[in-house]
Write a protein that binds this ligand. Structure first.
Ligand code: PMP
Length: 314
């Protein structure tokens, strides 16, 4: 039976019931894809719920605003306070979505009313979105990946990959539909040179024959917070890591590979273009990093505790 989540969304400082948090169909954010956003995770820790790397996410929202030219008014402290307050007001939330958008219905690409609305939602995507609609989430499984076969020309005509702006998801959406039609779960996008870049909402890693962890460079991908965290944890643990261009052929030679993201965590890859990767699933490095990342996000690793913003500080 569909139901409405009992959640309040913080809109420019006012808590608005979930069902009333709407924009006009003609809103600029909707018509021009100008909405910028960031998506954060909340984890249970021995010191209560904590937001993972809140500062980095708030900084990335500001970077997206700057790349798109949106006059976002909130400074880092205001963004962080809004996120923490919203989680406090919505117990049991597992994610936070920060959205900043032009609600104006003017047709001009730069409206006269340039007020940027900030909306902060804290919720549980399984309970409040999937189960609220009377559905069950698909069980997690290793991903059957497909490498995009068209070189992306989007670099030249839309925003840089580092902007988390709605418009940037149109090209990955088309690529993912194509992957789905071919019978795959997920697509690995390529850059303008044909090297692999990232998934539509994830970053990509492989483990090569020497056991080195490799991921495409920051110039071609969104600066994923999970990507950066995995690199830092792996280096801390003494693992060799490389951020450099990866040709599709190198993916087929990988021992194991995985995707990373706030929703995906560390998501093992089963096969690429129908060819199974050699390591048993999940591969030993993917498995270890998954375990390490879980420990860090759940406050069980003092070396990385500074990445947690406690929702109810003592
Ligand atoms: N790439 C893109 C294009 C994304 O949308 C995301 C999701 N934010 C990621 C990578 C992974 O980033 P993060 O680890 O910060 O969730």
């Amino acid at each position: 039976m569909p139901r409405s989540p009992d959640r309040r969304i913080w809109i420019d400082g006012t808590p608005v019931p979930w069902d009333e948090a709407r924009v006009h169909v003609l809103a600029h954010s909707h018509a021009r894809g100008s909405l910028i956003f960031d998506y954060l995770s909340v984890h249970e820790t021995p010191r209560g719920p904590a937001i993972f790397r809140l500062r980095e996410h708030a900084e990335r929202l500001q970077a997206s605003a700057q790349l798109v030219g949106l006059p976002l008014r909130q400074d880092l402290a205001a963004l962080e306070t809004a996120a923490l307050e919203t989680v406090r007001a919505n117990p049991g939330a597992t994610v936070v979505k920060l959205s900043a958008y032009l609600a104006s219905v003017e047709v001009d690409v730069v409206p006269l009313d340039d007020h940027v609305t900030l909306a902060v939602a804290a919720f549980d995507p399984v309970e409040d979105v999937i189960r609220a609609k009377g559905r069950e989430p698909a069980p997690p499984r290793p991903v059957r990946l497909w490498i995009e076969k068209l070189r992306r020309n989007r670099r030249e005509d839309i925003m840089p990959a580092q902007a988390k702006v709605a418009a940037n998801y149109a090209s990955p959406m088309a690529a993912k539909w194509a992957a789905r039609r071919e019978g795959y779960d997920e697509v690995l996008l390529v850059d303008e040179h044909g090297n692999v870049a990232e998934g539509p909402t994830t970053n990509f890693f492989l483990v090569d024959g020497e056991g080195t962890l490799r991921t495409p460079p920051e110039t071609t991908v969104l600066h994923g917070v999970t990507r950066r965290s995995i690199l830092e944890i792996a280096e801390h643990d003494g693992r060799k890591v490389l951020e450099e261009s990866i040709a599709p052929e190198a993916v087929f030679e990988a021992r194991e590979a995985f995707l990373t993201g706030t929703s995906a965590g560390v998501w093992p890859i089963e096969s690429v273009d129908g060819r199974a990767l050699p390591a048993p699933l999940p591969g030993p490095v993917s498995k270890e990093l998954h375990k390490r990342f879980e420990a860090v996000t759940h406050g069980r690793d003092p070396a990385f505790e500074h990445w947690l913003a406690y929702v109810n500080p003592a």
